[in-house]
Design a protein around this ligand. Sequence first.
Ligand SMILES: Cc1ncc(COP(=O)(O)O)c(C=O)c1O
Length: 344
Amino acid sequence: MRRIDLRSDTFTLPTKEMMDSIPSAELGDDVEGEDPTVNQLQAIAAEMFGTEASLLVASGTMGNLVSLMSHCQRGDEVLMESEAHIYYYELGGISALVGAIPSLIPGTRGKFSPEQLEEHIRIPDLHYPISRLLCIENTHNRGGGSVWTPAEVAAVAKVAHDHGLKVHCDGARIFNAAVALDVDVKDYMRHLDSLSFCLSKGLSCPVGSMVVGDAEFIEQAKRNRKMVGGGMRQAGIIAAPGIVGLQKMVGRLRDDHSNAKRLASGLSSLTGVEVDMDAVETNIVMADITGTGMSAETCVNRLGKIGVQVFEFGIGRVRFVTHYGIDSVDVDEAVARLNRLLRQ
Ligand SMILES: Cc1ncc(COP(=O)(O)O)c(C=O)c1O
């Protein structure tokens, strides 16, 4: 039975072209800035985002970590949405390693308004931490792949900047956002001070993320990357597939988005399964399976036994993610298998 893995776009395997790019990659010591393939990848990323510089890091978590370390001092406050990946899933690194304190803004599907942000920014006072940084997440993972528009980013960034805060974007899936709205990633970046994005999610690369920003910021991020053990020497073997990812894999994210819509409409036709179709903006589908009488845990286990892998996402909620390893036939087959399960 063909296994259909809808757990996450992190499960994507590299393309043949990516694998073929590795043996011929020119290598050097990247800690000394001498790996030509890393340098080429960093130049391509900076050019795409319209920034002075960029930096290859090991993971999205490391990208966020070194960005926060580069913006903040110990005791500073970082504002973000209450279900932000940085807060929810990064092991408390913001406190343990950056020494900053998170301030959480309750959002709707991961987004909040400029007015809400304004309310959360501290005025200067002897008793308060300094509000130093705003983090937004685009697309928002726990928000179900929701997209901030460039205008929405501009509006919150303006409030932050007017109060002297810097703005970082956890753009692990920023290309999904840009492709969904048919905008350029530069349209986001012009409002931001830094952004991290993942090569190893929808772009299907085996390893790596990038941080983009101005030259001074990236220099500081490079020092912090070294401090947390991220100086990777002949990292060209990671960068070579990264170049293929940036040059060949961005446009095809459209397929993931249309497959997500197809999946959502298939799922919502099943008895007891509810999907908010308007909330399916990119490659993530959140299904409420309460009406089937199964718990999310039971549903995930039973689907797993018939070759459909998904993640539980809170009470009665199951998350499905489309990606390079999934085509429309897989989508229809996954819906058919869930239908059979529900009829048993
Ligand atoms: C929004 C977001 N940010 C950051 C990360 C962290 O990326 P990594 O798993 O490469 O550390 C993820 C991973 O799923 C994510 O979804």
